[in-house]
Design a protein around this ligand. Structure first.
Ligand SMILES: [Zn+2]
Length: 103
């Protein structure tokens, strides 16, 4: 994981394998763990599939919820990351393709 301080970022953190862009200079531990979970998801899906799936699921959730933030929070990748980012041991026990449980 390569952390890049990006003060002009419009979100707290953004992962684009292998980089993690963070708005804050000293990002909180939970945020780094959240982005680490995304890195694992990206590796599993071959990176390109992650972004295609992410965008398509966002559009489906947008139709479902008719609300941009709720659509984003309900993307399976985000559901998995937000549900487990406070658990710093999560990635040591996570099974492959665990995001499928959050569909
Ligand atoms: Zn996320």
């Amino acid at each position: 994981m390569i952390i890049v301080h990006t003060p002009f970022l419009w979100v707290e953190g953004l992962t684009f394998f292998p980089w993690v862009f963070c708005r804050e200079n000293n990002p909180p531990v939970w945020l780094l763990n959240h982005e680490r979970i995304h890195l694992r998801q990206q590796l599993e899906t071959g990176i390109l599939l992650f972004y295609i799936w992410y965008i398509l699921e966002y559009l489906v959730r947008l139709i479902q919820y008719r609300h941009r933030y709720r659509a984003y929070r309900n993307i399976s990748f985000e559901r998995e990351a937000y549900s487990n980012d406070k658990d710093l041991t999560y990635l040591t026990k996570r099974k492959a393709w665990a995001m499928l449980k959050y569909l």
